[in-house]
Design a protein around this ligand. Structure first.
Ligand code: SF4
Ligand code: SF4
Ligand code: SF4
Ligand code: FES
Length: 949
């Protein structure tokens, strides 16, 4: 749906929801709007545009510019239409001779202190100030430019993505309000008064030195060229736009990709996007340059051994070579000797095809996905307790929440647009409980403070959840009616006996949790009695040896307090990658067909067997860790890895490297030669999200369209490559468009029966289940009953992890993400986002640092029982004594060289969040880092020799 570029419609002030409506007359037209609506918005809804400068419908009205004045019968003067609410029978005049003159006078004052360089201005033709001057018929400026003015005010070009040209500022304060209301960062202020008023970042700092997180909300809100994207300064106004979905995190923001020809000149967050409602973060908004980075490999390559140079070949040869190698391996080592890993960055349609290729083409079920190493415990835990492997709410539900519990999740860094929504609700007065070993931003942000921060010891999540449930039960704070009506009563009885045992009391668990018992009691009481309570959790819950148990503990807490099945409550896993929900939905796990249906179910198998015309193996295949172990044992020999960088992202790097090196044929499909591809024999060039059609499914189960805005640089979209490989392996696939793949998914998957590209075009996005019972999708799940029928209180015995601090490894390392970088960093490291996070560092508490003689910026060696690496120290009180923290965005940091292969008992999700380590001052990189650097150099040479001059 390519459209000529038009700015998004703006009604001037936000929409109001009210059961009461009001009718009034505007320029002789009768208009009916919800009570509380502004006169400006009512006029806009009637098709009457009142001129404005300081108002925009993403922000509360402010009433500073006075350009929007109107006449209202019976009211004195000329009220501002943006701040005047409608009244029944009001009679409004927006266009009179008097108003025209007054508005022109106001405009004249603005223009007298504004450069008249429209023809050479970067936003010429896309500027509200210019448009408004035109609408008002301004023909002269009587005041001249000789007096005091701001025309020579300096530019701030410190931010790599946008420029602040103060000479063009009209001090409408839209930017300041956007930073406060939309983003919640409070980085901007208006300094000075009257004529001296100016916009300032921080304490009169450059944007890059201030608290600014580069979300771009101020840039979007600015009605002039004062805040402008550098791409617009460089390329000019876009010509057309296409609505698509961000390819970074699980929030799934909708964007208008704005283009000149096939060059993206701006990504504007889409107002109608239900996940983001016009907001975005620095990644989706600005970090799209990786898609056309010079490191993109756009031709297929093959080599017989990883010590040989790559050879560029045709698609035909690469596909033929792969199919032949895979068939030879299967012939020699058996059907189960090959498998695939699907990508949570690729579309649903692409993931579906990879699992189909494995089941129908390879003839086994050796398919797994990155969710194995992130949210597989969510799948297990929520399916067991509630009956469905997905979050229960839509993001907007948080606006109805009274108590928010955030556990092992750092929304302002990892899910920033949801983080902004959450902060807004907290500023409105909702209470906040944070459970995290580290003081994340939400604990103490501008105008947001956690009521309780339970700084749990890494590895003790289940203990803390049990202790909370114990307090609620023993103090009689549970919701008996909900439990009686909605939950399995025999199971609840058993659980009740289990949880009220004194061994689960906060006092008994105080040493394990590290949280004072009285604080924990107070937090549990708030959760149970504070009104609508919602839980948002992340990888700090799942990536543990008891990850699945903790997810079940979370579901227990929600059911226990009756907080499931309506707006404002629920259990919400914050999904990491853009399509990790979708990749799980599409049958990427070795034991499940699409829609989370177990392979052992013969009737489900038959459905697929009929559609695919094959017989399916009823035995679950290998999970990723099993594939690697089996590769080292010599049984697993061939792997097709699409859009996943296991060599960097999976734990115990040296083990993974050994497994990859042992493979006879590793096929990597990606846009860059990532760490895994350095061990590959076949490289199939991938396509970025801008180069293909398809869908992503976000953390709210929202299926959103991904639309092609430029041709695929390698000539094929990812789904076409899998299709061609399947055909070459004798597994027929005849799709000519991804919509046909979605039609097949819908035919075979009950929760997707109602999904089609036509419906997605009509509705914009759809939350599954979407079928005959829920034709437009399902924003809130488990409304009248749980998907499994009765809610199941699972017994959640706390078992301490084997990974404990001891004399040799006295500190516990935990890991997480940072806002500007994304996962393995392959995309964001190739953008200006690296200005914010050029390297991973080790956060260490001042006490632990001092004990080791470590000062800020020192190189420190981090030794675990499986490996060691070297990072720079960052002394911080965000972590408590005994805990150290790092991110994992740079390959040479080697964060995963030290993480162990401990894993969740139910799903094998690795225990990334707890590694016992020792930290010491050192003076040189680790032996692994030195070896890796050498290996990287060699692989780069082998690549360079294949690239055209
Ligand atoms: S920078 Fe833009 S939005 Fe901010 S006050 Fe100036 S003109 Fe208004
Ligand atoms: S980019 Fe975002 S964080 Fe930075 S000043 Fe603008 S609104 Fe605030
Ligand atoms: S919050 Fe996530 S989906 Fe939204 S723009 Fe940022 S990275 Fe993209
Ligand atoms: S738009 Fe109403 S006062 Fe500025």
């Amino acid at each position: 749906m390519l459209q000529f570029y038009e700015p998004e419609q703006d009604h001037g002030t936000p929409a109001i929801t009210s059961a009461e409506s009001v009718s009034l007359s505007i320029d002789g037209q009768t208009v009916t709007v919800p009570a509380g609506t502004s006169v400006m918005r009512a006029a806009a809804e009637a098709g009457v545009k009142v001129p404005r400068l300081c108002a925009t419908d993403s922000l509360e009205p402010f009433g500073s510019c006075r350009v929007c004045m109107v006449e209202i019968d019976g009211m004195k003067g000329y009220p501002a239409s943006c701040t005047t609410p409608v009244r029944e029978d009001m009679v409004v005049h927006t266009q009179t001779g008097k108003l025209a003159g007054l508005r022109r006078n106001v405009m004249e004052l603005y223009i007298s202190d504004h450069p008249l360089d429209c023809l050479t201005c970067p936003t010429n033709g896309d500027c509200e100030l210019q448009d408004t001057a035109g609408e008002l018929g301004l023909r002269e400026v009587r005041y001249g430019f000789d007096g005091a003015n701001h025309l020579t005010a300096p530019k701030d070009m410190s931010n790599p993505y946008f420029t602040f040209d103060a000479s063009k500022c009209i001090v409408c304060s839209r930017c300041v309000r956007a930073c406060e209301e939309t983003q919640g960062t409070f980085a901007l202020t208006i300094q000075g008064r009257g004529f001296d008023s100016t916009v300032s970042a921080g304490q009169d700092e450059a944007f890059m030195d201030s608290e600014c997180v580069s979300c771009g909300a101020c840039v979007k809100a600015c009605p002039t060229a004062t805040l402008t994207e550098n791409t617009i300064i460089d390329h000019g106004k876009p010509e057309h736009s296409v609505v698509t979905t961000c390819a970074y995190c699980g929030v799934g923001c909708a964007f208008r990709a704005e283009l000149k020809g096939s060059t993206v000149v701006r990504m504007t967050p889409h107002k109608d996007g239900k996940a983001n409602e016009g907001h975005a973060c620095v990644k989706g908004r600005f970090a799209f340059g990786y898609a056309t980075h010079k490191d993109r490999i756009t031709e297929p390559m093959i080599r017989d051994s990883i010590d040989e140079p790559w050879r560029m070949v045709s698609w035909e040869e690469a596909i033929g070579y792969t199919a032949q190698r895979f068939r030879e391996i299967q012939h020699k080592y058996g059907r189960n000797s090959i498998g695939a890993i699907s990508s949570s960055r690729c579309t649903n349609e692409e993931v579906y095809l990879v699992q189909k290729l494995v089941r129908a083409g390879f003839g086994n079920n050796n398919i797994d996905t990155c969710a194995r190493v992130c949210h597989s415990p969510t799948g297990y835990g929520l399916k067991t307790t509630l009956g469905e492997s997905a979050g229960t709410q839509e993001f907007s539900s948080v606006a109805q929440t009274d108590v928010v519990m955030v556990m092992g999740s750092n929304p302002t860094e990892a899910h920033p647009v949801f983080g902004s929504r959450l902060k807004k609700r907290l500023r409105e007065g909702a209470k906040l409980i944070v459970i995290d070993p580290r003081g994340i931003e939400l604990v103490d942000a501008p105008h947001v403070h956690a009521d309780y921060h339970l700084a749990v010891n890494p590895g003790a999540n289940v203990a803390i959840l049990n202790a909370m449930a114990h307090v609620i039960v023993t103090e009689g704070l549970h919701d008996e009616t909900f439990i009686r009506e909605r939950c399995d009563s025999a199971q609840f009885k058993q659980w009740f006996g289990f949880i009220k045992d004194p061994r689960h009391s906060p006092e008994a668990l105080e040493v394990a949790t590290g949280v004072p018992a009285n604080t924990l009691r107070a937090a549990a009481t708030l959760f149970a009695t504070g009104g609508n309570a919602a839980i948002y959790y992340g990888l700090g819950v799942t990536e543990h040896s008891q990850g699945s148990t903790a997810v079940m503990g979370i579901a227990n807490l929600a059911m226990l307090t009756g907080n499931v099945g309506r707006e404002g409550v629920g259990v919400n896993p914050m999904r990491g990658q853009n399509n990790v929900q979708g990749s799980c939905d599409m049958g990427s796990f070795p034991h499940e067909l699409p829609g989370y249906r177990h392979l052992s179910d013969a009737s489900t198998r038959q459905l697929f067997e009929r559609e695919w015309n094959v017989e399916l193996d009823p035995e679950p295949g290998m999970r990723i860790p099993n594939m690697f172990d089996s590769a080292i044992d010599g049984d697993f020999r061939g792997l097709y890895c699409q859009g996943e960088d296991v060599a960097q992202s999976d734990p115990n790097t040296q083990h993974i490297q050994a497994a990859l090196s042992a493979l006879d044929c590793l096929v990597v499909q990606d846009i860059f030669l990532n760490e895994t591809a350095k061990y590959a024999h076949v490289f199939l060039p991938g396509s970025s999200f801008l180069e293909k059609n398809g869908t992503f499914t976000n953390a709210e189960r929202r299926i959103s369209p991904v639309r092609k805005v430029m041709p695929a640089m390698a000539g094929k979209e990812d789904w076409e490559v899998t299709r061609d490989l399947a055909n070459a392996m004798g597994c027929p696939m005849n799709y000519t468009h991804p919509s046909q793949i979605m039609d097949e998914i819908a035919r075979l998957t009950p929760t997707f029966h109602g999904v089609s590209y036509k419906k997605l075009d009509e509705l914009g996005s759809i939350q599954w289940p979407c079928n005959a019972q829920h034709p437009d999708g399902t924003p809130t799940m488990h409304v009248d009953e749980f998907v499994r029928g009765k809610g199941f209180f699972a017994l959640t015995e706390y078992v301490a992890t084997d990974e404990r601090a001891n004399r040799r490894f006295p500190l516990l390392l935990t890991t997480g993400r940072i806002l500007s970088q994304y996962n393995v960093g392959a995309q964001t490291r190739r953008t200006a986002n690296s200005a914010w996070h050029p390297e991973d560092t080790l956060e260490i508490h001042p006490h632990d640092a001092e004990e080791r003689g470590v000062v800020e910026g020192d190189w420190v060696g981090i030794q675990s029982r499986v490996g060691n690496t070297v990072l720079r120290a960052c002394i911080s009180e965000r972590v408590r004594p005994g805990v150290v923290y790092t991110t994992f965005h740079h390959p040479l940091s080697g964060a995963n060289v030290i993480t162990t292969d401990n894993s969740d008992w139910a799903t094998n999700c690795p225990e990334y969040k707890v590694t016992a380590v020792q930290v010491n001052r050192v003076s040189e990189p680790s032996a692994w880092q030195a070896r890796q650097q050498q290996f990287d150099r060699r692989q780069q040479e082998l690549l360079d020799s294949a690239l055209p001059e």
